[in-house]
Design a protein around this ligand. Structure first.
Ligand SMILES: NC(=O)c1ccc[n+]([C@@H]2O[C@H](COP(=O)([O-])OP(=O)(O)OC[C@H]3O[C@@H](n4cnc5c(N)ncnc54)[C@H](O)[C@@H]3O)[C@@H](O)[C@H]2O)c1
Length: 184
């Protein structure tokens, strides 16, 4: 089975690529770090050709040096290109890495309507990043309705590397409430 992994050079994508290879999938990587750009439909289409599945992670995460235009261009138009390429290649399924930021509650923007959170909780994204992921999820839903190709949208709340975990551990020891302030 052949899988296209966009964003395979990133923190999560590199782990997914290694895991898929362990499971004997053939992985086609697609990352700007290697010169492959999801904003270019033709190159996404070429990469998806012959693939059975797509794991779509390539995105801008809304860091301060990224403009709203860049985020929308990469996250929304890029996802659209992935979907078009998936239809062209007739893949079986697309796994899309959305974000918990679609909910618009995780950084204290508002309190949840109810707990525990579930997939039916309404979304109130306010940041460009959160809105881009929310709209990309909607694109996936409409794409599945029109093509019958399955899309699964995941909403990770926070995936960190060892340095960040170490920072969180040391801050938690010094000041247990730091994780909730200034947000909740
Ligand atoms: N890390 C988290 O806590 C977290 C939480 C929720 C959702 N996510 C989502 O998971 C996915 C992966 O996140 P990550 O933490 O590994 O981020 P990352 O920044 O480490 O990886 C993103 C990858 O996408 C690539 N990329 C960016 N623009 C591109 C383009 N135009 N064309 C091709 N590749 C491009 C980058 O080069 C990078 O390798 C993202 O979609 C992100 O929104 C991450």
């Amino acid at each position: 089975m052949k899988v296209l992994v966009t964003g395979n050079q990133g923190m999560i994508g590199s782990v997914i690529e290694a895991t898929l290879k362990t499971e004997r999938f053939e992985v086609i990587g697609f990352d700007l770090a290697d010169g492959d750009d999801i904003r270019n439909l033709d190159s996404v289409r070429d990469a998806a050709s012959g693939c059975d599945f797509i794991v779509h992670l390539a995105a801008l995460l809304g860091y301060s040096d990224e403009t709203a235009e860049d985020i929308m261009h990469t996250n929304l138009l890029g996802t659209w290109h992935v979907l078009l390429a998936a239809a062209h290649a007739k893949v079986k399924r697309i796994i899309f890495f959305s974000s918990v930021d679609v909910l618009g509650i995780f950084k204290g923007e508002r309190t949840p309507d109810y707990l525990p959170l579930d997939d039916n909780h309404p979304c109130y994204p306010k940041t460009t990043y959160g809105i881009s992921k929310y709209l990309a999820e909607e694109m996936c839903r409409l794409f599945t309705n029109s093509t019958g190709i399955s899309t699964i949208c995941l909403r990770p709340p926070g995936v960190f590397d060892e340095d960040v975990y170490n920072y969180i551990r040391s801050r938690r020891q010094a000041e247990p409430e730091f994780e909730w302030k200034p947000f909740w």
